[in-house]
Design a protein around this ligand. Structure first.
Ligand SMILES: Nc1nc2c(ncn2[C@@H]2O[C@H](COP(=O)(O)OP(=O)(O)OP(=O)(O)O)[C@@H](O)[C@H]2O)c(=O)[nH]1
Ligand SMILES: C[S@@+](CC[C@H](N)C(=O)[O-])C[C@H]1O[C@@H](n2cnc3c(N)ncnc32)[C@H](O)[C@@H]1O
Ligand code: SF4
Ligand code: SF4
Length: 374
């Protein structure tokens, strides 16, 4: 990794990467060299998954972590407590891999909720098995949910995820809404020639049901390393695709560090370039343009992988072992310090100290999205 001259460099210690200490006076919480403060914690509960989305996993899956290597429920609860009580974490996202495959998921959420009555706890899931679990998750204290849904067509869904589970996912989305896990947000990664033409009908479906759909630019985080900039559907193309049926206007609400740029949606008047000035707002759509319109300068994220490694950025190639330190008997203060030191070294953008996933020196991380915790 490259760091600014004069800045503390990571050092090797007993085979583990250990961040050099932050300078004294760097400030409380999870601050970094660029003046950002991470308050949004994303925690991966597992690297396992029951889908094989082409933009994330290889067809044959990945070699899963051994059970012992993955954080236990008690370890997760302790790490979250340190984040919230000592480091200024203000919201928690549970992710993976697929969080629903963890058998103790409901118990973990219940314990987190007992410790942190006011913490927003959300989860990003593929929705398989959600229909059964939505109500228990709500009862345990989950605040809200995002479900990945790339297509409403059985065949396209199966091609993209390599599994025939569309009906289960649709039932899961509706169950989440019915259980009170709203606002329900849906994530769709658009893939050229596969589901891109479906964008307007997917949006019409989501608006009709009151779900907030977000279209996502594919990032180079697939295990197959098949990503190319040319093949990626850009945010500009997404807006163009939607313009056949809809008129989008910027949502007046503050973006507040969110990856999604939100737009209010009105139906386009047939044969016209515009929506009627007083046409009703049907809902909102988000566009997550991580590649072409990056939002790294306002990034508030800190990540913990399923095996308890701190990743300061989705694209970090440097990771710091929090779980190993915890298992060696470290105190809460030691753990908090390791976390702060790791976050101090957070790269400026996309794992580098300059912006640009298509920069010549961009190197795709070894980990795929599922193994990082997306
Ligand atoms: N560049 C970048 N993209 C991210 C990051 N985290 C998530 N994404 C992308 O954003 C998409 C949506 O992430 P979600 O987990 O649904 O949630 P969110 O959009 O971060 O948050 P909410 O809108 O508050 O629910 C993911 O599918 C990723 O493609 C990040 O740290 N950096
Ligand atoms: C890694 S998954 C983990 C949670 C859960 N399995 C799911 O699919 O929602 C989190 C999000 O990352 C997104 N994602 C995975 N690979 C991606 C990629 N290469 N580019 C952009 N988003 C990606 C998925 O669409 C999903 O919305
Ligand atoms: S995007 Fe989510 S559901 Fe799809 S393979 Fe990756 S971890 Fe699994
Ligand atoms: S790429 Fe890294 S810096 Fe940029 S928004 Fe994602 S996590 Fe933050």
């Amino acid at each position: 990794m490259s760091v600014q001259l004069g800045m503390p460099q990571p050092r090797e210690d007993a085979g583990l990467s250990v961040p050099a200490a932050r300078p004294a006076g760097a400030g409380a919480g999870l601050v970094d060299r660029y003046g950002r403060r991470a308050t949004d914690m994303r925690l991966s509960l597992t690297d396992k998954c029951n889908l094989r989305c082409t933009y994330c996993m290889p067809a044959e899956g990945l070699e899963w972590l051994a059970k012992q290597a993955v954080m236990s429920a008690e370890e997760i609860v302790r790490i979250v407590r340190i984040g919230v009580e000592q480091l200024g974490v203000r919201e928690l996202r549970l992710t993976g891999g697929e969080p629903l495959v963890r058998h103790d998921l409901v118990d973990i959420i219940a314990e987190l909720r007992r410790n942190h009555p006011d913490l927003p706890i959300s989860m990003t899931t593929n929705g398989v098995g959600l229909a059964r679990k939505a109500a228990p998750l709500k009862a345990a204290g989950l605040t809200r949910i995002n479900v990945s849904l790339d297509s409403l067509h059985e065949e396209t869904f199966t091609k993209l995820t390599r599994r025939p589970f569309l009906d289960q996912v649709l039932a899961g989305v509706d169950a989440a809404w019915a259980a009170g896990l709203g606002p329900v947000k849906l994530n769709a990664v658009l893939m050229r020639g596969i589901n891109d033409a479906e964008a307007p009908s997917l949006l019409a479906w989501a608006l009709g049901r009151g779900y907030e759909l977000r279209f996502i630019e594919q990032m180079p985080l697939d295990a197959d390393h098949g990503w190319t900039r040319r093949n990626m559907i850009t945010a500009a193309e997404i807006r163009e695709l939607l313009s056949t049926d809809f008129v989008l206007t910027p949502d007046p609400r503050a973006r507040d560090g969110a990856p999604a740029e939100r737009f209010e949606v009105r139906r386009r008047v047939a044969g016209s370039d515009a929506a009627p000035a007083d046409g009703p707002v049907l809902g909102t759509v988000g566009i997550i343009a991580s590649v072409t319109e990056p939002f790294c300068s306002d990034c508030r994220r800190t990540r913990i992988t399923a095996e308890g490694k701190i990743m300061s950025c989705l694209f970090s190639r440097e990771e710091f072992d929090l779980l190993g330190l915890l298992r060696s008997g470290a105190s809460d203060d030691d753990l908090a310090r390791r976390w702060q030191d790791a976050m101090w070294l957070k790269p400026k953008a996309h794992g580098m100290d300059h912006v640009g996933l298509d920069a010549p020196d961009f190197v795709q991380p070894d980990r795929s999205m599922s193994a990082i915790g997306g």
